[in-house]
Design a protein around this ligand. Structure first.
Ligand SMILES: *[C@@H]1O[C@H](CO)[C@@H](O)[C@H](O)[C@H]1NC(C)=O
Ligand SMILES: *[C@@H]1O[C@H](CO)[C@@H](O)[C@H](O)[C@H]1NC(C)=O
Ligand SMILES: *[C@@H]1O[C@H](CO)[C@@H](O)[C@H](O)[C@H]1NC(C)=O
Ligand SMILES: *[C@@H]1O[C@H](CO)[C@@H](O)[C@H](O)[C@H]1NC(C)=O
Length: 535
């Protein structure tokens, strides 16, 4: 006989086999009775409420050889006998009483004598001298509790694994960063000033088209840059400002020194090289630090979150994710400071590093912004009802009076990833102040206005400042659903792999990955050396 609890499927399978008959005999009162039926009915009662119960073969139950594999069939065969008088009178009251007793938290904690499997359980009951109904029920209860806890922990881990799979750095990308850092220190050609001195004036020249990309992922940045420049009609008018963090600066500079995209102008700059930041005006760092402090204590911290036994595993995993530093990276927050980072520029297009550009982006400068600050695509209308269903209520907690009094839950949301920012108009507004004001409110109310990401405060800060642009300029959702076809995606000007399934991860959707991978030269020595492959 086998009992198998599958963590991911939430199925319990019981496979009766040989030896059942001799085992299920426990002493009840003065007589020995066959507890074969009793055992099944107990398993049935104790498991059924919690799991989907699948009995693969129940021939053994009554010496009946018809197969039963569905819950309905099982119910029909077992239930009448359990509920009928014949069996009920056979189930000692003490067993129900013990199974009904409230379970204390530490009943199974640290105990080593709990049967780990059904076989162990059977063996123990068989050997035990005091195999009375009470110890039978106690052991059964402990075993079930243990299995349940394990199932639950496995479930939480499974959800977390999916999160980790999407937020940790795959070893190929790590390898690439190391190889490039090494090249940076050993090869002068990997340490070129980017851009070269004669092109520096272009960086502040508003007759150029300026793009900003913030990333700590060299491979992703190279795809954005390559796809931007390769599809440009007049690449010599393009300036791409790549902002990265201190640790990624050397690999990033090495990559773009050795893989120039001339005639486009590429600037690589670490955040600490910006005047504005080195002068100490860094509200973003302060806000992030505060945010991290609140998050680490949020709902009592991670151990308290896991300890709540009544919460569903996926809810626990989601709460743990809210503590993840992934949602609190400087790269994500920095875009709210574009006007300060680029004080001489009037207009920029800000690109996320999980996008691919498939068309010439210079027409974005022809769009009349109507005095608005942020040109973005809306995310509440469109053919794809799954991706295009986002309104303010999807991101903000409208049960909170502060939100409910200030915003309309049905107002359409918009997306980050490919935005035109009119920095002149932005400097006249108080968008950045509003952003920090609400960040502060959210911290004060213990993260109850919103929980994750920089989009919710962005939606608030840019409220009334959004110029809706054609969806052609930004197709979303390629990282969280795979019903976008390759041919649909090919028709968009910019595609965005927002969601977990980033194209540089193993969990990418294979049919969409070529759209990204086509901008990587797989014969390149760094790419090849790190075993980064086309599929
Ligand atoms: C555990 O989660 C449940 C369901 O959300 C909640 O009602 C309960 O207050 C939580 N218990 C603790 C101790 O946080
Ligand atoms: C700045 O924000 C405050 C409150 O958030 C608002 O009352 C005021 O009108 C805003 N000023 C401008 C110029 O937008
Ligand atoms: C939303 O706000 C209400 C009211 O403050 C609060 O009770 C609730 O916990 C919040 N929801 C979330 C998911 O934070
Ligand atoms: C797209 O896929 C998701 C799950 O991957 C599904 O929930 C959704 O209904 C699908 N949308 C359409 C339009 O088929």
């Amino acid at each position: 006989m086998q009992l198998h609890v599958s963590p991911s499927l939430r199925h319990v399978t019981v496979l009766p086999g040989k030896g059942v008959r001799e085992f299920i005999k426990v002493r009840v009162g003065p007589r020995w009775a066959s507890y074969r039926m009793l055992f099944y009915s107990l398993l049935f009662f104790t498991f059924l409420l919690r799991f989907i119960f699948v009995l693969s073969t129940v021939d053994a139950i009554d010496g009946d050889h018809s197969k039963c594999s569905t819950i309905g069939c099982l119910g029909k065969r077992i239930a009448p006998k359990i509920l009928g008088r014949r069996i009920q009178s056979n189930v000692p009251e003490v067993i129900y009483r013990i199974l009904d007793e409230p379970v204390s938290e530490d009943e199974v904690q640290g105990k080593s004598d709990i049967p780990q499997t059904l076989q162990d359980f059977m063996a123990e009951i068989k050997e035990s001298s005091k195999s009375d109904a009470k110890s039978f029920a106690l052991k059964l209860r402990q075993m079930i509790l243990l299995l349940e806890q394990r199932t639950r922990n496995a479930k939480i881990q499974e959800y977390l694994y999916r999160h980790v799979a999407s937020s940790s750095i795959p070893k190929q990308l790590h390898c690439l960063a190391l190889k490039l850092a090494n090249e940076h220190s050993n090869n002068a050609a990997a340490r070129l000033q980017l851009p070269s001195a004669e092109l520096v004036p272009a960086l502040v020249d508003n007759s150029y088209f300026h793009f900003v990309l913030a990333s700590d992922n060299v491979l992703a940045a190279s795809v954005v840059a390559t796809s931007l420049v390769k599809n440009a009609l007049r690449p010599r008018n393009f300036v791409l400002h790549i902002i990265t963090d201190e640790k990624t600066y050397a690999p990033m500079q090495a990559w773009f020194s050795l893989h120039p995209l001339a005639p486009a102008v590429i600037e690589v700059k670490s955040l600490n090289q910006f005047d504005w930041i080195s002068k100490g005006k860094i509200p973003v760092l302060e806000a992030m630090e505060k945010d991290q402090r609140v998050r680490s204590k949020f709902r009592g911290g991670s151990s308290a979150i896991v300890a709540n036994n009544t919460e569903k595993p996926q809810v626990i995993a989601a709460k743990l994710q809210a503590l993840s530093p992934k949602y609190n990276s400087l790269m994500n927050h920095i875009r709210i400071h574009l006007p300060e980072l680029f004080p001489s520029l009037n207009k920029v297009v800000f690109l996320d590093d999980d996008i691919v550009i498939q068309t010439d982006l210079s027409p974005l400068w022809d769009i009349d912004m109507n005095g608005k600050v942020n040109g973005a695509v809306e995310t509440c209308r469109g053919e794809d009802s799954f991706v295009m269903s986002k309104r303010l209520k999807s991101y903000l907690n409208f049960s909170h009076p502060l939100i409910a009094h200030s915003f309309d839950p049905n107002e359409c949301a918009w997306a980050y990833g490919m935005n035109i920012f009119d920095l002149e108009a932005w400097r006249k507004s108080n968008i950045t102040l509003t952003y920090y004001h609400w960040l502060e409110q959210n911290l004060k109310s213990d993260l109850s206005l919103w929980q994750l990401g920089t989009l919710p405060p962005g939606l608030i800060a840019f409220h009334g400042q959004v110029r809706v642009i054609d969806p052609f300029w930004h197709m979303l959702g390629l990282g969280y659903q795979d019903n976008t076809t390759l041919s649909d995606a090919e028709t968009a000007g910019v595609i965005h792999f927002n969601g977990r399934a980033k194209p540089w991860l193993d969990i990418a959707f294979p049919q969409l990955r070529p759209l990204w991978a086509k901008y990587i030269d797989f014969s390149d020595k760094f790419i090849k050396g790190c075993h980064i492959r086309a599929s």
